[in-house]
Design a protein around this ligand. Structure first.
Ligand code: G5P
Ligand code: MG
Length: 227
């Protein structure tokens, strides 16, 4: 049986975690778990927990650690014999410690994207509120301007993606992420990747995963190494 492989991807809002995770999951056949996706699912279910979660996510504030670990850890426990990839969890030291008590990660990728790039991307970001599907007017526009590809419903823009709100979100992200990165650095599993374009950093991540997993990617997203 192939060795299990567990990885997580960290990065500020808009850094491309979701875009890159989808490529990794497709190329390397890993189960993909996104904290944002499960939060939106719980909001849609409109349970007591979902109502609480909504009050944080709508303001782009961090959901409390105990809510996050209760949401994520049981799902990981169910994947006990499988390889997986986490998008957006853990985000705090407390979440990282809770995850560590369940299993040891093999690789953590941290996306280091310049502020100007994030600002530009998020100001072009439109979302379908009900599903959380994300579009970018330049990079992956919807088929019909202003409409969700699946439902045809109107897309919206978050107030939190405006420049002033974004700057404070990014500062907060840095403060909270630093001890998490220090922990993974001390375990020798942190790989930081810098760049402005997902398509240009993807070949590096592709090679890194191939080397770590000792396999050839199956490859929908194999691209050329940038010059
Ligand atoms: P999420 O859903 O994890 P965020 O804010 O961390 O939300 P987000 O917005 O999902 O992160 P991303 O996944 O890092 O961003 O990036 P993405 O969606 O792939 O890309 C961003 C945009 O840029 C998209 O429009 C994409 O098409 C475009 N893009 C990508 N690459 C390029 C490129 O090369 N060029 C260009 N031009 N565009 C590109 O979490 C949501 C909320 O849930 C809570 C928080 O409230 C959070 O705000 N939450 C947690 N709270 C506590 N602890 C946790 N662990 C939590 N996890 C989630
Ligand atoms: Mg995302």
């Amino acid at each position: 049986m192939a060795k299990l492989f567990r990885a997580a991807i960290m990065g500020p809002p808009g850094s491309g975690k979701g875009t890159i995770c989808k490529r990794i999951a497709q190329s390397f056949d890993l189960q993909y778990l996104s904290s944002g996706h499960y939060l939106r699912e719980s909001i849609a279910a409109n349970t007591e927990a979902g109502v609480l979660v909504r009050s944080y996510v709508e303001r782009s504030m961090m959901v409390p650690d105990h809510v996050m670990t209760r949401l994520m850890l049981p799902r990981l426990e169910q994947l006990i014999g499988q390889s997986w990839l986490l998008d957006g969890f853990p985000r705090t030291l407390s979440q990282a410690r809770a995850l560590n008590s369940l299993c040891q990660l093999d690789l953590v990728i941290s996306l280091n994207i310049p502020y100007e790039t994030l600002r530009e991307r998020l100001s072009n970001r439109w979302v379908h509120a009900a599903s959380g599907r994300v579009y970018n007017m330049g990079f992956n526009p919807p088929r019909v301007k202003g409409k969700d590809d699946v439902t045809g419903e109107a897309l919206i823009q978050h107030d939190d993606d405006k420049p002033e709100a974004l700057l404070s979100r990014l500062r907060y992200y840095k403060d909270v992420a630093k001890p998490v990165m220090d922990l993974y650095k001390s375990q020798g599993i942190l790989h930081a990747v810098s760049g402005t374009d997902t398509d240009r950093i993807w070949p590096y991540i592709n090679s890194l995963l191939s080397a770590k997993m000792h396999i050839q990617p199956s490859g929908a997203f194999q691209t050329q190494t940038p010059p």
